[in-house]
Design a protein around this ligand. Structure first.
Ligand SMILES: Cc1cc2nc3c(=O)[nH]c(=O)nc-3n(C[C@H](O)[C@H](O)[C@H](O)COP(=O)(O)O)c2cc1C
Length: 173
């Protein structure tokens, strides 16, 4: 099996992270891979918001937990030191575009030994005043839909094995 296929098969969602920061050169490679994802009509509708600042990261976590209905203390990003928030400019393929970006980010991360987990509720987050203010503070103007987050960091502990693949994944004609 070649290295690309190995990465695609062995990436798993990581739900316990070390606090060690991701070095800038590693993070940059992951982000660049995200920007090369396919997008509808090549419009590159998504943006990737990189959150390393602890205060902002924790504020996003608190909002996400509130939307999810969890207890105040619960960190929906599982202690990850970095959060990537992917949003996309509203257009017919916005969520598809952003989803391709997130998959590129997660697979690129894993190819570099960095663990990740897709974390939901970005849509509700960016519909809230909190999310709108975050976009405004970054100078992101216009109508954006939240697609998802990537919790990013070095895994703390074993990577769980993948569940067996269901038997009816593939149909051939
Ligand atoms: C659209 C989407 C939303 C997800 N949201 C969450 C989430 O909010 N929290 C979480 O822990 N995992 C989340 N996940 C991760 C899935 O639970 C995970 O991918 C799935 O269980 C398969 O495990 P694997 O990634 O290790 O193959 C999400 C995945 C996707 C694709």
């Amino acid at each position: 099996m070649n290295e690309t296929l190995k990465v695609l098969e062995t990436r798993r969602s990581v739900r316990k992270f070390k606090s060690d920061p991701i070095p800038d050169d590693v993070l940059d490679q992951i982000l660049t891979a995200g920007t090369y994802a396919p997008t509808g009509m090549g419009q590159q509708s998504p943006v990737i918001i990189v959150v390393n600042d602890r205060k902002t990261r924790d504020a996003i976590a608190a909002k996400n937990a509130e939307i999810g209905g969890w207890d105040k203390g619960f960190d929906p990003f599982y202690g990850a030191p970095t959060i990537l928030l992917v949003a996309a400019k509203k257009r017919p393929t916005d969520v598809y575009d952003g989803s391709c970006v997130i998959c590129n980010l997660m697979n690129a991360a894993w190819s570099l030994g960095v663990g990740s987990c897709w974390i939901h509720r970005a849509k509700e987050e960016l519909e809230s005043d909190f999310g709108k203010q975050l976009l405004r503070s970054l100078g992101i103007e216009g109508d954006y839909v939240g697609v998802g987050h990537v919790a990013l960091g070095y895994p703390d502990g074993e990577i769980p094995p993948a569940k067996p693949r269901k038997s009816d994944w593939i149909y051939r004609v």
